[in-house]
Design a protein around this ligand. Structure first.
Ligand code: PBG
Length: 326
């Protein structure tokens, strides 16, 4: 039978590599690393198998482990020794991320990206200063504008410690502009900003909140993170960050939001990042543990699909495992 088009002609083992549209390389991946000032030994994270909170003294070793797999970049999250109302340990010169960054940049070749947010540092667990009466009124949470200068202070303290890139994750309006201004005023004009430009208020962050001890103690984050229902609004959010000087545009989470990744890829020429979050990682592990999924295969397929949707870089807890397979 004559069929003009038979797509299977290009699926033979000899040719499929030649016509493959998407590739995954270890250098596309960023590995999140948790540095914990409350402990002097490594602590496993129950809901994120294979991941640990490491003390500052182990930060360099932890990053060396990542580098051995071929992954060249890490994203640092900090668990401070103490929390307060304003999250002041977030911008302390001797803070946990600042200290880890100094050591990692001095002793390794890793590209160090730091999380710029307050939720791990405030007693209440919100990503900024609270509005007055926030505890009583469900319509109130974070004071957006009062939080902006603090985000600038955090970013500057990270850059002074040697951070190669900063990544604000708090979804405050105007945060990218505030951080760009603060960095430039302090002489860090060449430190890029990877903005969590379209970050959704997602239930997939659950395991991370255990890992980083950053769950809000009351209320939720729906006033500052995006409504999962909104695709067009994501373009507005990204546009605002571009206008304020974002260098890399991130969408988060990744797999449930591939339409948004694809939209950002089409509408903007900036590099696009996607954050394959803790819940996306945990659910594959849980299913694999039950013998229902092949972990290696689904991890690889997940990351490939995120790239196919248009992401240039992927933050993922699978970074080391997948890089080792490649
Ligand atoms: C904090 C922050 C969160 C994540 C990254 N930075 C949690 C949140 O917003 O509640 C989630 C990462 C993950 O789930 O892997 N602003």
């Amino acid at each position: 039978m004559t069929l003009i088009d038979r797509p299977r002609r290009l699926r033979g083992d000899g040719v499929r590599g030649l016509v493959s549209e998407t590739s995954l390389r270890p250098t596309d991946l960023i590995a999140p690393v948790f540095v914990d000032a409350t402990t002097d030994s490594r602590t496993t994270i129950e809901s994120m198998p294979g991941h640990e909170r490491v003390p500052v003294d182990d930060a360099v070793d932890r990053v060396e482990e990542v580098l051995e797999t071929g992954v060249e970049a890490v994203m640092l999250f900090g668990i401070p020794e103490s929390k307060d109302e304003n999250g002041s340990r977030a911008w302390a010169t001797d803070g946990v991320v600042q200290e880890a960054t100094r050591r990692i940049t001095a002793e390794t070749d890793a590209y160090v990206i730091t999380d710029v947010c307050l939720c791990e540092y405030t007693e209440h667990g919100h990503c900024g200063l609270l509005e007055e009466h926030a505890h009583e009124d469900p319509d109130l949470t974070v004071d957006n504008d009062a939080t902006l200068p603090l985000l600038g202070d955090i970013a500057v303290s990270h850059a002074r410690a040697g951070a190669d890139m900063v990544a604000p994750s708090g979804m405050m309006d105007g945060m990218v502009g505030a951080i760009r201004g603060a960095l430039d005023d302090d002489g860090h004009t060449d430190v890029p900003i990877m903005s969590y430009a379209a970050k959704f208020e997602s239930a997939f962050y659950g395991p991370f909140r255990d890992a980083a001890d950053g769950a809000p103690s009351f209320g939720n984050r729906r006033h500052y993170q995006m409504d999962p229902a909104n695709r067009r609004e994501a373009m507005r959010e990204v546009e605002l960050d571009v206008e304020q000087g974002a260098d890399v545009l991130m969408v988060k989470p990744a797999l449930p939001y591939l339409d948004v990744v694809s939209d950002v890829r089409r509408e903007f020429d900036h590099p696009v990042a996607a954050y394959n979050v803790s819940g996306e990682y945990a659910m594959l592990h849980a299913a694999a543990e039950k013998g229902w999924l092949d972990l290696e295969a689904v991890a690889h397929e997940s990351l490939l699909s995120i790239k196919r949707a248009g992401a240039d870089l992927i933050l993922t807890y699978f970074a080391e495992d997948v890089a080792r397979q490649l």
